[in-house]
Design a binder for this molecule. Structure first.
Ligand code: FES
Ligand code: MG
Length: 576
């Protein structure tokens, strides 16, 4: 392997020449208190930190950045910490998804415009992982992803609580009048006990597992709990390793190949795969020049068993248990034969080498292939006259009686209308009804909100029902569950056929056949299509306006058209 020399470093173009501009760059580092001995000839490592006081999942990141710096310094690099947009999942409205591409743009431009030779990306809360990775893949300098790690398992009255999943569950019980205010308060205080991302296999842990499986994290890093001292050690290891990656010129295009993307998709299916992962994985893959499609994912979903017994798709355990059971390396070891273990990773070694010695310590948490949680993978892709460009469902998370189902639609055009109706105890609804929400997609939401786990009508909850078939063009939280068909494409707001459905029409789901249809005659649909109103624009200015002009549909990953790899000539290096 040929190693770079100091004069080959990208940053040498800022600091090396004996000219006025470089004089300026050097003098400004000296303004920061550094001597030439601190930075000349050394790899400059950008630590892109998505810490924020409104990102509860990343509250440990200021400390972790120090651990990364420790590693970078030891390895002879020069660390610089750059605050990055912290797209948090809990507080960002209307939805964090509106801002994933903003983080991706920021990451790309921040790397391109600054004298960075390599980057450590610090993220974890749902959209931060794809946002950072998408931008860094385009920027192309050596990178390591440092996942925030899951929080400790929740605890209330001696019972484990899972992020999201248990909030929904206890909320249904509260709506049914089954739990007291005191109990509800206890759940509120116990469900998020430490720094770190949601500790179910929700979007955050699925996305970090995907990134790990792509070879972009240190092996198994995605499973280490945020507050474990091993997480600090992993952070310092990231710092040490990225410096060598710069010398080795180990760029992400050598790592994120078609085979690596396929590995990541298989691992996603085996872990329980948040439905959101579909959108993000497709977007990330396309940034790397890999045209991953919904059909590819369905094919992998049909053949990959779900073996991580972690909620919500698994029954019993949480991410902390998954870590103690051996973590992602152990899971990947179980399915090693299905993976392309020759793929290069950030360690400079192959995936197969990274998996050597990995072991399962609890085979109820990480199941053998002979005893999976669910025989097929976590995800299925549907097509039909309601979703010609696809829709997704999580078969393992829904009551099997809905796998083949026919029932009358109950259609809502807005979330507030639907919410008012489901809270009406006298709503005329049966468990056979199909609850439908539209105008909730990338453009209609706007921003593709997580509304897809439509609440079960109170009238049904009181009768003891906890699931029903639901359809929307929204996403749903990765910690959600139920018979929810999501990501219907094209979305209704742009005239997708979901816009033609009327209350009372019969909808048919046939999951084994991967079909979702409305049983309405074609000439009737044509008449309805001709009468569709032109929707009002959602934004008149600003980011939302730009988002509306450029976001792509769910089936291609919701990237901006002009950020996609094939859009046009790459910007190249800045002229200095
Ligand atoms: Fe941050 Fe769930 S809210 S990962
Ligand atoms: Mg989430």
């Amino acid at each position: 392997m040929t190693r770079k020399t100091p004069s080959d470093l990208r940053s040498a173009r800022w600091f090396g020449p004996d000219d006025l501009r470089s004089f300026g760059h050097r003098s400004r580092l000296m303004q920061l208190g550094y001597s030439e001995a601190d930075f000349m000839g050394k790899p400059v490592i950008g630590i892109l930190n998505t810490w924020s006081e409104l990102n509860s999942c990343h509250s440990h990141f200021r400390e972790r950045a120090k651990d990364v710096k420790r590693g970078v310094l030891q390895a002879g690099g020069f660390p610089v910490e750059l605050p990055s947009l912290s797209v948090d999942e809990s507080f960002t409205k209307p939805t964090s998804m509106l801002y994933r591409n903003m983080l991706a743009m920021e990451t790309e431009e921040m790397i391109r415009s600054h004298p960075l030779d390599g980057v450590v990306l610090m993220g974890g809360c749902d959209k931060t992982t794809p946002g950072l990775v998408m931008g860094a893949l385009t920027a192309g300098v050596p990178m390591i992803y440092l996942p925030a790690g899951p929080m400790l398992r929740g605890n209330y009255a001696g019972r484990a609580l899972g992020s999201g999943s248990d909030a929904w569950k206890y909320w249904d019980e509260r709506r049914a009048g089954n739990i007291s205010d005191d109990e509800w308060q206890g759940v509120q205080g116990g469900i998020a006990r430490s720094a770190g991302v949601c500790m179910t296999m929700g979007t955050a842990s699925t996305m970090t597992a995907i990134t790990d499986a792509m070879g972009l994290t240190l092996p198994g890093a995605s499973s280490v709990p945020a507050v474990d001292s091993g997480h600090q050690r992993m952070a310092a290891d990231c710092g040490r390793r990225i410096v060598d990656m710069v010398w080795e010129d180990l760029t992400p295009d050598q790592i994120v190949t078609e085979a690596a993307v396929k590995n990541a998709a298989i691992v996603a299916m085996a872990t329980g795969c948040s439905t959101n992962a579909v959108v993000h994985l497709i977007a990330m893959a396309r940034r790397a020049g890999v045209n991953l499609t919904l059909d590819d994912l369905d094919a992998l979903g049909r053949t990959t068993p779900l073996i991580a017994n972690v909620r919500p798709a698994g029954k019993d355990y949480l991410m902390e248990d998954f870590f103690y059971a051996g973590g992602l390396r152990a899971l990947m070891k179980q399915i090693e034969e299905r993976l392309d273990t020759s793929c290069m990773t950030v360690t400079g070694k192959s995936m197969g080498e990274n998996l050597e010695g990995a072991q399962v310590f609890n085979d109820d948490v990480i199941r053998p292939l002979s005893n999976p949680v669910y025989h097929e993978g976590s995800l299925a892709v549907l097509r039909g006259n309601l979703c010609p460009d696809g829709a997704v469902i999580k078969p393992a998370a829904c009551d099997p009686k809905y796998h083949v189902h026919e029932g009358p639609a109950l259609v809502f055009d807005s979330y507030p209308d639907m919410k008012a109706a489901v809270d009406d105890e006298n709503l005329d609804v049966t468990p056979d009804h199909v609850l439908v929400l539209r105008n909730a997609g990338p453009l209609g939401g706007p921003g593709f909100p997580e509304w897809g786990m439509l609440p079960i009508p109170k009238a049904l909850i009181k009768q003891g029902h906890r699931d029903m078939l639901r359809i929307s063009d929204a996403r749903m939280s990765g910690t959600s569950y139920g018979a929810c068909v999501l990501h219907v494409a094209p979305e209704s707001y742009v005239g997708g056929p979901l816009a033609l459905l009327k209350t009372g029409d019969i909808v048919r789901l046939d999951l084994p056949a991967r079909r979702l249809d409305m049983l309405v005659e074609e000439d009737e649909l044509a008449a309805r299509r001709a009468a569709l109103p032109v929707p009002e624009p959602k934004f008149g200015r600003g980011w939302g306006w730009m988002f509306s002009k450029h976001v792509t549909q769910a089936d291609t990953g919701c990237d901006f058209d002009f950020l996609e790899r094939d859009f046009g000539r790459a910007a190249g290096e800045p002229d200095i």
